[in-house]
Design a protein around this ligand. Structure first.
Ligand code: SAH
Length: 400
């Protein structure tokens, strides 16, 4: 048995069930834990605090998974915890074509495990040593619980490098997932009219599509009736589709990826949306400036850029980037129009993001009102003991 003792004064977050123990909090390790091995965490006075998984390379040295001394972290625990996560999403699973996150890592008590469902197929990401060494157990539990047609692994996220794990992607079990139309969870309750999107889980960004924005697509769409809409960083057009469905009169989609825009065009056709649409391949920073020079105006501008801040030292550059695109976007909005602006950088808090948008509003000389505050979809829950899980924030603003 491996035991890890934390420095005195570092027990509190552990007792409050925060799942991370950083290397700096560790006073001593007894035993020689293998990557992903179960370890027991103790305080300096010798009381047992929690049980978790060892990482040999990450600064996040232990990920805690149980605070019940009688609970072993074995295969039964893994299966039961996945089953609990799935049971919390039952209302979304009634539609066989639904795409939805089934396991969201720490928030579902399974640090390092992501499971996304795309219709009859599952996509997994094993992002910690603990999950990587338990890959077979994860796959067996998923087959048993969900009887999928195939399980595809997309462990091609950068965080694997911190865990000293190779970047891997490929079929884990069953049939290779085809490119397929799926329904994001925003379609719930309106199955007949709900939008569908093509997902290619083998080549798509993230695990296929941006499931975390599913509800926000519809929320932003609600402001788009009769509007000229600019969807920047559109990817496969999640926002543009919702805008078109809501009665937008004209769409402009901007993305650096030509493939993403091709997919967006197919998604419009899939949903029989004939709204006039312009697809612009290029750097949104540059295109926003160009539109300003051309004095183009829109009723709704959407900004959903990729993550700008991966670590604390990126924060300043990230906030400059956010301010820049928001400033440029504000210049393009007709008085009374809408800015829907997002940040998926976990390190940029909603507070900071609001300040950045405020700074842009001051420089643009526009009055900006927040109408709605948005966050990630409910299949990406935020565990109260782990607020770090909240990474996506957005505002729908009225711009005067
Ligand atoms: N809005 C999408 C998700 C966007 S993800 C949705 O709701 O589904 C971010 C997108 O930004 C990616 O498609 C990526 O190709 C694109 N991107 C990254 N850098 C860019 C840049 N500088 N200019 C334009 N697009 C960029």
């Amino acid at each position: 048995m491996v035991t890890v003792t934390v420095h005195s004064g570092r027990e509190r977050p552990i007792i409050q069930r925060h799942p991370w123990v950083f290397s700096g909090a560790i006073a001593a390790v007894r035993g020689n834990p293998a990557p992903g091995e179960v370890v027991e965490v103790y305080s300096q006075d010798g009381s047992w605090l929690a049980r978790g998984f060892w990482s040999s390379s990450s600064q996040l040295r232990v990920r805690l998974a149980t605070w019940d001394a009688t609970q072993p972290l074995d295969e039964t625990w893994l299966r039961d915890t996945i089953a609990r996560a799935v049971s919390g999403r039952e209302r979304w699973l009634i539609d066989p074509a639904i795409a939805c996150r089934l396991v969201f890592s720490e928030s579902d008590g399974l640090p390092g495990l992501i499971v996304d469902r795309y219709g009859c197929y599952l996509v997994i990401q094993l992002l910690t040593q603990a999950m990587a060494v338990r890959a077979e157990q994860v796959v067996a539990a998923l087959i048993d619980l969900l009887a999928p047609r195939g399980i595809y692994e997309r462990s091609d996220a950068d965080v694997r490098e911190k865990e000293d794990l190779p970047i891997v992607a490929g079929l884990r079990w069953g049939e290779q997932p085809p490119r397929m139309p799926v329904r994001p969870i925003s379609a719930l309750g309106q199955m007949a009219t709900g939008l569908r999107m093509f997902a290619d889980v083998t080549t798509g960004q993230k695990t296929g599509i941006y499931l975390d924005q599913a509800i926000n697509h519809a929320r932003v769409g609600a402001y788009c009736n009769g509007a000229e809409v600019l969807d920047c960083f559109s990817y496969a057009g999640g926002f543009a589709l919702a805008a078109a469905r809501a009665g937008a009169c004209r769409l402009t989609l901007v993305d650096a990826s030509a493939d993403a825009l091709a997919l967006a065009g197919e998604n419009l056709r899939l949903n029989k949306l004939t709204t006039s649409a312009e697809f612009v391949v290029g750097d949104a920073f540059h295109i926003l400036r160009q539109y300003r020079n051309e004095q183009r105006q829109f009723d709704v501008v959407i900004l959903d850029p990729p993550k700008f801040a991966y670590q604390q030292t990126h924060l300043q550059r990230a906030t400059r980037g956010y301010k820049d695109i928001n400033l440029q976007a504000l210049h393009l909005i007709r008085p009374g129009g809408i800015l829907a602006t997002f940040s998926c950088s976990g390190l940029v808090s909603a507070d900071l993001f609001q300040k950045v948008v405020f700074g842009a509003a001051v420089d643009a000389g526009r009055d900006v009102q927040i109408l709605e505050r948005l966050t990630q979809a409910p299949d990406h829950p935020v565990l109260l003991s782990f607020p770090e899980a909240e990474y996506l924030k957005g505002f729908i603003c009225r711009v005067w």
